[in-house]
Design a binder for this molecule. Structure first.
Ligand SMILES: *[C@@H]1O[C@H](CO)[C@@H](O)[C@H](O)[C@H]1NC(C)=O
Ligand SMILES: *[C@@H]1O[C@H](CO)[C@@H](O)[C@H](O)[C@H]1NC(C)=O
Length: 317
């Protein structure tokens, strides 16, 4: 009887040991699956504000900035590599207070610093096409403009920014422009009090939301963590489908990122969390890069079509 009891206790210990091993194995295998998936599908992140920090802390003098290892910022080459980032959209951001003043010059200076950063570091490569982004074996850089105030309502300025390699522009930042209204009411100029998209602005399907990690956005507080960010991914998947989701973390653009997602080396923690929530490899491949490439290719197709039709129009007229 006593022997039987002892065996029972030993059995319980073995059972506990096996369970612990199994659950540890679950965690370890989710970690290695996340890294496997990210090796196969390196992340293309849609939004990073390192260039803003280069202006604020270094007056855009790259020689004074250690790009390989720099704990003062959230983005450097060693952490981009650790985070399995294969492509990064860098924002040329200028303050809304520059609107109608020197916004175009300041934007040029931000484009200049991103171009120098991405061409002077051998680990990085400046790309301007979806194909260049897809095939790059380095950290591919694409330039975006953060806010329509950067073009000073001039389509010529926009076209010249394109010539310099800019391939995306947010219509507004925190301020309205004469032609687009921001969701923020921080700045009052050009206020039209229209709390919706116009019919022209209503987007067709097949687009992309790139999720921002900034704590105050994802949790309305400074108390966010990986699980809170993953909740947003689950919610978006329910509302618009995994094929319309990407990542645009906004590192170096804001103060205060979720616990566990503090810098560009931490993306695998989010992918691991999504794996534990039963996101499939196909869904994650989309979120990491394929959705971005699909939308980018579609935009290039539309541009080609417009170029062809406008040249036909010119021939006719
Ligand atoms: C406001 O939005 C509505 C709804 O799309 C649109 O019909 C209207 O033209 C907009 N007004 C302005 C001033 O943009
Ligand atoms: C993440 O934050 C939420 C909300 O504050 C909290 O309920 C949850 O326990 C946190 N999770 C972890 C793993 O810390």
């Amino acid at each position: 009887m006593l022997i039987y009891k002892k065996a029972g206790i030993r059995g319980a210990w073995i059972w506990w040991f096996v369970c612990t091993l199994l659950s540890l194995h679950g965690v370890i295998s989710e970690t290695s699956r996340a890294l496997d998936i990210m090796t196969k599908y390196p992340l293309i992140d849609g939004h990073n504000d390192l260039a803003l920090r280069l202006r604020m802390h270094h007056n855009n003098k790259l020689s004074t900035f250690n790009m390989h290892h720099n704990p003062r910022v959230a983005t450097d080459i060693s952490r981009l590599t650790a985070g399995h980032v294969g492509g990064q959209v860098f924002a040329a951001y200028v303050l809304c207070t520059a609107q109608d003043k020197d916004a175009v010059r300041l934007t040029l200076e931000q484009i200049d610093v991103i171009r120098r950063m991405c061409t002077e570091n051998p680990e990085m490569e400046l790309v301007t096409t979806a194909e260049g982004m897809r095939t790059s074996t380095k950290i591919a850089c694409l330039i975006s403009i953060e806010g329509g105030h950067s073009i000073d309502s001039s389509l010529a300025a926009l076209r010249m920014f394109y010539q310099l390699g800019v391939r995306s522009m947010a219509l507004t930042h925190n301020c309205n422009t004469p032609w687009a209204e921001s969701s923020s009411s921080y700045y009052t100029y050009y206020q039209q009090k229209n709390n919706s998209l116009t019919d022209f602005g209503k987007k067709e399907n097949g687009g992309l939301i790139m999720v921002n990690f900034y704590s105050s956005f994802v949790a309305c507080s400074n108390n966010a963590n990986v699980s809170v960010v993953a909740d947003h991914f689950d919610h978006l998947k329910q509302v618009i489908g995994a094929e319309s989701i990407g990542i645009g973390a906004d590192f170096d653009g804001a103060q205060g990122f979720p616990k566990g997602l503090e810098d560009v080396s931490k993306y695998p923690a989010l992918i691991e969390e999504l794996i534990s929530r039963n996101w499939t490899e196909e869904e994650l491949a989309g979120v990491l890069r394929l959705n971005f490439l699909r939308v980018f290719r579609k935009v290039e197709k539309v541009r080609k079509f417009i170029l062809v039709s406008s040249s036909q129009f010119n021939e006719v007229s």
